[in-house]
Write a protein that binds this ligand. Structure first.
Ligand SMILES: Cc1cc2nc3c(=O)[nH]c(=O)nc-3n(C[C@H](O)[C@H](O)[C@H](O)COP(=O)(O)OP(=O)(O)OC[C@H]3O[C@@H](n4cnc5c(N)ncnc54)[C@H](O)[C@@H]3O)c2cc1C
Length: 375
């Protein structure tokens, strides 16, 4: 949006800017909805906390390879570059998302962490540190992986034991000699343990086994089958969708392959930690110098003041549409389907919410009210 199109006025001492729509978060979800809002000619801004686009991808480990090939990584309107069967790395995704902003000239304001969203007199007030936006509608696209989770047993380890969450892991270099324990049997734990096994005695603690799926079957990528069978678009309203959403999948690896091919030593769930010793549910113990907690993430929506959360803090929504009129979420894990939080499918939910936004617009509402009054 050209700056001239933005209205700006001053109330009290703080600057308030007005938009039809504010999108909070400039990752793939925020950019995908930005594409559709721009197509509608909407007056909107995307507020992004980080100083660069694609912040979440830049913070992932150096050797990260996507489990989705190029053909399934495109946001709406711009193909992901490269051979369709290539599995891109972290930096290729960051470059693509950066290019996406430039290509569509999306109005992303970097360095703008939103501290609060609240509603007064039917308008949302969205507040980064130094200013306030008034908006008719708000899309929260702040990502499914926000707060690193570490189990409480971590507190039992001595200060000499090096501990980090997987979100802080970059390369195998720089760790002290000796065994390294990775805790967490998901894709992240498997990939990090495999990488470390080339230079260290690597151990992996698997708390709950995830369903292993091969990356390629008969020369085709797994996601080709998920597309062809329609499974990737099964919704949480369907029985199979509910079953799939309750079970995480491990793509391209198995415990057996990790042990045999890479020599990673496997353990059960880590149940206790004291000094430099971690105890596992299978009764074994291990003395370690380094622990990497690949134990997942939580979300923090405490800065959103709206009656849209259940007693456990989970967003209550129908495909991202909340009970607070004009407030939406986008990019949640299993928001609607398995694809909801993936590069190649987030556009489905983004397009849906963009249509909801368009229908909710004050002008659209005024237009639809007229026939009702006449009739
Ligand atoms: C290790 C790993 C591997 C993955 N591999 C794949 C893969 O192979 N293929 C695939 O399709 N998907 C993959 N994903 C999943 C998914 O694509 C990513 O998690 C993706 O980053 C989610 O996009 P998003 O836009 O919803 O959230 P994010 O990318 O997390 O973006 C959210 C943005 O919001 C900003 N933000 C947060 N809070 C605020 C605030 N208060 N104010 C302003 N801005 C804020 C953040 O800075 C961030 O830039 C992977 C995920 C992980 C963790």
């Amino acid at each position: 949006m050209p700056p001239a199109a933005r209205s700006r006025y001053v109330t009290d001492s703080s600057v308030t800017e007005r938009r039809e729509v504010i999108v909070v978060g400039g990752g793939q979800a925020g950019l995908a909805i930005g594409y559709f809002l721009a197509q509608q000619g909407c007056n909107f801004t995307i507020l992004e906390a980080a100083e660069e686009p694609a912040a979440a991808w830049r913070e992932r480990w150096d050797s990260l390879k996507l489990f989705t090939p190029v053909r399934y990584n495109s946001l709406p309107g711009l193909p992901f570059p490269g051979d369709s069967d290539h599995y891109p790395g972290r930096d290729e995704v960051a470059a693509y998302l950066t290019d996406y902003v430039r290509h569509f000239d999306l109005p992303v304001e970097l360095g703008s962490r939103v501290r609060s969203i609240r509603k007064t007199n039917g308008t949302y007030l969205v507040e980064p540190d130094d200013r306030t936006y008034e908006a008719d509608q708000v899309v929260v696209a702040t990502g499914p992986f926000q707060v690193p989770l570490v189990p409480a047993i971590a507190e039992g380890l001595d200060a000499e034991v090096v501990q980090l969450h997987s979100s802080a892991y970059r390369t195998p270099e720089g760790f002290p000699e000796g065994p390294i324990l990775v805790v967490g049997g998901g894709n992240t734990g498997f990939q990090i343990a495999e990488e470390l096994s080339a230079s260290h005695e690597a151990h992996l603690s698997i708390g709950s086994r995830q369903m292993p799926l091969p990356q390629r079957i008969l020369g085709r990528d797994l996601f080709w089958y998920l597309e062809a069978t329609g499974l990737i678009r099964k919704t949480t309203a369907s029985r199979i969708g509910r079953r799939m959403s309750g079970r995480d999948t491990l793509i391209g690896s198995t415990p057996r392959a990790l042990r045999r091919r890479h020599g990673v030593q496997l353990h059960g769930r880590a149940v206790d930690a004291a000094g430099a010793t971690v105890s596992f549910s299978d009764g074994t113990k291990l003395d370690i110098g380094t622990v990497i907690w690949a134990t997942g993430f939580g979300v923090d929506h405490s800065w959103i003041d709206a009656p849209v959360f259940d007693e456990n803090g989970r967003v209550v929504h129908q495909r991202g549409v909340t009970e607070s009129p004009g407030l939406y979420f986008l990019g949640l894990t299993w928001q609607h389907t398995r694809g909801s939080a993936l590069l190649g499918w987030v556009k489905d939910d983004a397009e849906y919410i963009a249509r909801e936004i368009s229908a909710f617009r004050p002008t659209a509402r005024a237009e639809t009210r007229v026939p009702e009054r006449v009739g």
